[in-house]
Design a protein around this ligand. Structure first.
Ligand code: SF4
Length: 352
């Protein structure tokens, strides 16, 4: 179940039943403004809806202000420890900040940040990370690290609520899937605020993608999470693509067409991976949202196994067959593959 409350960041609705959002975080430092602007462009192209940007200190606030003006991508400034940096970020025009209210140099400083956020209509994201749990938090949760993580978020949440601030996103992350799931399940059950989900320090390459996807999918399948980030040691655009792949696999949200392809076996009449690449060259991955296209190695099993696909191609002796919803449409040789794909898909989708 999605959160009851929603927030808006530069017009982007998060929570309250809005589609699960896909976020990332800029890898470029704010000192490199043109690099940040071009990374934002790549993220927008990949479908990113919100990006965090690290603001290590207030001296970089003018660069942040310039970035806010130079990109359409909604930004959230990521701030640690210093309330003056949080105030500088809000003055720079970011529509959201991520802070740890417990680190804001006392209650007067926090009240100042909250009052500035209220005045600007900015969202505050708060959160806890498994790596920063202290012994007292762990002891009071009897060693239940997931519960301790949830309590750490609750401590911060209490500080905002005490100041009458509810324009909040909450987040609890750990590099352990079990801990993250436990913490987020507790928080989602107890509070109406939108929840940001992800597995922190998931790693890189295939293992990072799988770890992030496993954790995020577990939470989403239990109705937990309104906005996600796949944390990868790699490009931010890759994080976004992976985020959409997770949502698409769970049938929660699609961006572009969906591929169904068989693993290929000794019966195959075509090289499945090669044909998938060729198909992607003809039908761009971000096009035809909602369509499912299958690439199957043989006509013996392919059309039946992919009968749910809107369109399908299966290898046959000397070429391929093209099918629609499991029914035969036409036969062709590889020389006519592109022409057939364009003609048959154009019949229902005129954008290609
Ligand atoms: S569709 Fe044909 S080639 Fe692909 S795995 Fe099934 S039997 Fe093998």
């Amino acid at each position: 179940m999605a959160s009851i409350k929603s927030v808006r960041i530069k017009g982007l609705e998060i929570g309250g039943g809005a589609p699960v959002r896909v976020e990332s975080m800029l890898k470029t430092r704010l000192e490199d403004i043109s690099g940040c602007v071009s990374e934002c462009g790549l993220l927008l192209k990949a479908g990113c809806e919100l990006a965090r940007v690290a603001l290590p200190d207030a001296s970089l606030a003018p660069a942040l202000a310039e970035l806010v003006k130079s990109t359409d991508l909604p930004l959230m400034a990521d701030i640690h420890f210093n309330h003056r940096t949080a105030l500088a970020a809000l003055s720079a025009g970011v529509p959201a900040i991520r802070i740890n209210p417990g680190n804001m140099s006392g209650s007067a400083a926090l009240a100042e940040v909250i009052s500035a956020a209220k005045e600007k209509g900015a969202v505050i994201r708060i959160g806890a990370n498994g790596g920063s749990l202290n012994n007292a938090q762990l002891a009071s949760a009897n060693g239940d690290r997931g519960a301790a993580l949830a309590s750490a978020v609750e401590e911060q949440l209490a500080l905002l609520l005490k100041n009458g601030f509810e324009n909040i996103i909450i987040s609890a992350k750990s590099s352990s899937i079990a801990e993250t799931l436990r913490a987020n399940a507790l928080l989602s059950e107890r509070y109406p605020f939108p929840v940001h989900i992800g597995i922190t320090e998931a790693g890189c390459g295939n293992s990072g993608i799988v770890k992030g996807a496993a954790g995020i999918a577990l939470m989403l399948s239990q109705g937990i999470g309104d906005t996600l980030r796949v944390s990868l040691t790699g490009s931010a655009a890759e994080e976004v693509k992976t985020g959409y792949s997770i949502l698409s696999a769970l049938m929660l949200r699609h961006r572009g067409w969906q591929l169904v392809s068989c693993p290929g076996c000794g019966r195959r009449r075509i090289e499945v991976a090669e044909l998938v690449d060729k198909l992607r060259g003809i039908v761009p991955p971000e096009a035809c949202t909602g369509l499912t296209i299958a690439v199957m190695g043989c006509e013996v099993n392919g059309p039946k196994e992919a009968a749910h696909a809107d369109f399908g191609i299966a290898g046959s002796p000397g070429g391929f067959i093209f099918f629609r919803k499991g029914s035969f449409v036409c036969r062709g040789t590889m020389d006519t593959f592109e022409e057939t794909v364009r003609r048959e898909i154009l019949r229902v989708n005129h954008n290609i």
